[in-house]
Design a protein around this ligand. Structure first.
Ligand code: UD1
Ligand code: UDP
Length: 388
């Protein structure tokens, strides 16, 4: 069976990497990788790290691309690719324009689609935008739905979609585990990273920030920057903010936050240094999807700058709190967590609601018809962000 994995952005690459490696190791499968290049620099960082050499690279990214321009470029080039490669199955991930376009292109060519990270929903079509629509389109077009959690399966079943649903856990936990093991065992790497971030004072608490959601462009980012500006007045705090390469994020953030002594505006980090920063952080402020899964898995509290999330498991477990983009709310919630004597948000590895590090193996088993046990977290640990 010829399996064509198609992805194009940083988070898709991180979450598809363990699966690509598992597919490559499978003697009964031929694994082919196509990157759309929806992201260029941020994608290439991940490909280098996991030593993935795509057979096909559509290189579609243009500066400040529009959703329609991007979709149109992809649909045309993907159709040529699908007719040339003739895969037996296409795999896509998540909710990006790449995933939406690739599933549609495959559906039009009557090639079966498997959706990795199926069934995430906010049930608000505008949040996150356009991802909530993208993921629903991909789920409708797919005949194999790899749901990361039981909650995601329940969403899919309630929508009566035609595809077969299997609960696999999220491949992000596979990627995170590999990275944490590498960081833990490589002393030279630890020393390099310590030196790279030597400007961070160990007597100050570290607040790690990321943000890039389209629905926060404009007023949302102005509010977020205003909150960070206020927080930077605290002299026991260091703020590290790797700024996403989207010009709608980069311009306003740099303009608003340059030259604050304890705000470090840095380039998007490779995955290993980013995991290192998550490990060092006291808390994390983000609008990212993947970080909501990773940070609680590392025992770090997360404040999410959104009104709704498609990843409610960690909110229910008390490890993630939604704070929106109101500056007073952000400042208040960060300050409360900084002042708390202890803040617990640890998911023990065997109790993580998002995965156990074996999601890629389950997906390969489902593809090859081998039997396997679906993912089920054992006793999800109740944790709390409340001040203690
Ligand atoms: C995209 C995804 C979003 C995902 C995010 C992860 C869609 C609609 N959005 O949003 O779901 O959460 O990726 O980061 O699919 N750029 C570069 N180099 C890069 C990456 C981006 O220069 O390596 C700049 C380019 O100007 C590009 C712009 O960022 O045009 C926007 O990239 P795009 O993929 O359209 O949107 P993201 O905001 O990154
Ligand atoms: N990430 C990274 N470097 C950074 C910021 C994030 O490697 O500077 C990783 C992060 O650990 C997570 C993924 O990128 O695995 C999340 O990507 P992003 O927030 O861009 O997208 P989303 O998850 O919101 O789709």
């Amino acid at each position: 069976m010829k399996v064509l994995s198609i992805f194009g952005t940083r988070p898709e690459a991180i979450k598809m990497a363990p699966l690509v490696k598992a597919l490559e190791a499978e003697p009964d499968l031929t694994s082919i990788v196509c990157v759309t290049g929806q992201h260029r620099a941020m994608l290439d960082q991940v490909l280098r790290l996991f030593d993935i050499r795509p057979e096909h690279d559509l290189d579609v990214m243009v500066p400040n691309q529009t959703l329609n321009g991007l979709s149109a470029r992809m649909l045309g080039t993907l159709d040529d690719l699908l007719t040339a490669v003739k895969p037996d199955r296409v795999l896509v991930h998540g909710d990006t324009t790449t995933a939406m376009a690739a599933s549609l292109a495959a559906f039009h060519r009557r090639i079966p689609v498997g959706h990795v990270e199926a069934g995430l929903r906010t049930y608000d079509i505008n949040q996150p935008w356009p991802e909530e629509l993208n993921r629903r389109i991909v789920d409708v077009a797919s005949d194999l739905l790899f749901a990361p959690t039981a909650r995601a399966r329940a969403n899919l079943e309630s929508e009566r979609l035609g595809g077969r649903v299997v609960v696999t856990g999220n491949t992000v936990i596979d990627a995170l585990r590999l990275t944490v093991e590498r960081l833990g065992s490589d002393l030279e790497l630890q020393a390099d990273l310590g030196a790279r971030f030597s400007q961070l004072r160990s007597d100050r608490k570290l607040l790690l920030v990321t943000g890039h959601r389209r629905e926060n462009f404009g007023a949302g980012f102005a509010n977020i920057c205003s909150a960070l500006s206020t927080l930077s007045l605290k002299d026991d705090l260091e703020i590290v903010y790797p700024i996403h390469l989207n010009p709608n994020v980069r311009g306003p953030v740099r303009e608003a936050l340059a030259d604050r002594p304890n705000i470090h505006l840095v380039e998007p980090q490779d995955y290993v240094p980013f995991v290192y920063l998550m490990q060092r952080a006291h808390l994390i402020l983000t609008d990212s999807g993947g970080v909501q899964e990773e940070a609680p898995s590392l025992g770090k509290p997360v404040l999410v700058m959104r009104d709704v999330t498609e990843r409610p498991e960690a909110v229910d477990a008390g490890a993630v709190r939604l704070v929106g983009t109101d500056p007073d709310r952000i400042v208040g919630e960060v300050a409360a967590l900084l002042e708390a004597q202890s803040v617990s948000s640890t998911f023990a590895p065997h109790r993580n609601p998002y995965g156990d590090g074996h999601a890629a193996a389950r997906i390969v088993s489902a593809l090859t018809g081998r039997s396997f046990e679906e993912f089920a977290p054992k006793n999800v640990h109740r944790s709390t962000l409340a001040a203690e």
